[in-house]
Design a protein around this ligand. Sequence first.
Ligand code: PAF
Length: 284
Amino acid sequence: MQILGTVEELRQWSRAHRCDRANGAGMALVPTMGALHAGHASLIRAASEARPGRVAVSIFVNPTQFGPNEDFARYPRTFSADCALAEREGASVIFAPSVEEMYPAGAATVVDVEALSDRLDGASRPGHFRGVATVVAKLLIAAEPDLAFFGQKDAAQVAVLRRMVVDLRLDTKIVVCPIVREPDGLALSSRNVYLNAAERKQALVLSRAIDCVQKLVASGERRSVTLIEAARTVFAEQPAVRVDYIELVDWATLWPVLSATQGTLFAVAAWVGATRLIDNTVIG
Ligand code: PAF
C-alpha cells in the first residue's frame, strides 16, 4: 500500500486509477483524521467493496476544524496502526499530507455552508463545520472520487457535506455508513480513548437515550417535545453527564421539526467529563 504526502501525488494516483469513470469505474475516498477504529474499518470495507483496488484513505488531523480550546494537540495519532488497519480493510493508498500541504502559506479560501454551519455541533463548536467543509472540499477537488464515505455518527457533518457537494456541483456521491457500536451500545469514536473507567460507564447514557427514543417511535410516538423530553429524562439519570443538545431535526437542513417522519434525525451531544460525545438515530 502506497503512502502519499502531496495533493499532486493524490491527484496523479487518482487520475491513473479511476480509469474510465464515465463507464462506472471511478474511485472511492474515505476521509479520516486517523485513530482508526472499527467504525472507520466499516467505511473502508464498504469503499473497497464498491471500488475494489481503487480506495484512497486520507489521514489528516485537520487543525481548522478544532476550536482554540479543543483537543487538536492531544487528538490521538496512531499512524502505523492506522495504515495496517486501512490495508487490511482494502485501502489501496493512504494520503497523509502535512498541514502546510493542505493549507499553503497565505491560504485564504474557506468553504462555509451557511445556514447549516451553526446548527447542532456547529452551535457549540463555532467554525467547526467551516473547517470540515474546507478540508473535505480540498480532498474531493484533488481526488475527484465518484464515491466518498462518511459515518452516520457525524450526522450533522454529513448534512453539511451533502449540501456542499450539491452547491459546488462536485461530481461525488456521499455514501453514509451506519454507526458502529460497542456491544454495550456506546457509539465508536476516536475520542472514546479519553474516557476513564467511570466516564466510560457514564457515556452509555447517550446510547440509552437514543434507544429510548427509538422504542417510543416504534410504539407510535412522533411528537418532538415528547421524544426530546423522554431523552432528557434518561440523561437526568446520569447527572455527571452534561447535555449539549438534544434535537429532532430535518436531516437535510438541520432545522428542528415538530414531529418525526421518515428520515428525520434525532441527535444528541453531551459532555462526559472533559470529553464531548455525540450519537444519533435516523427515524424509520
Ligand atoms: O469525520 C472526520 O473524521 C473529519 O471531520 C473529516 C471528515 C475527515 C474532515 O477532517
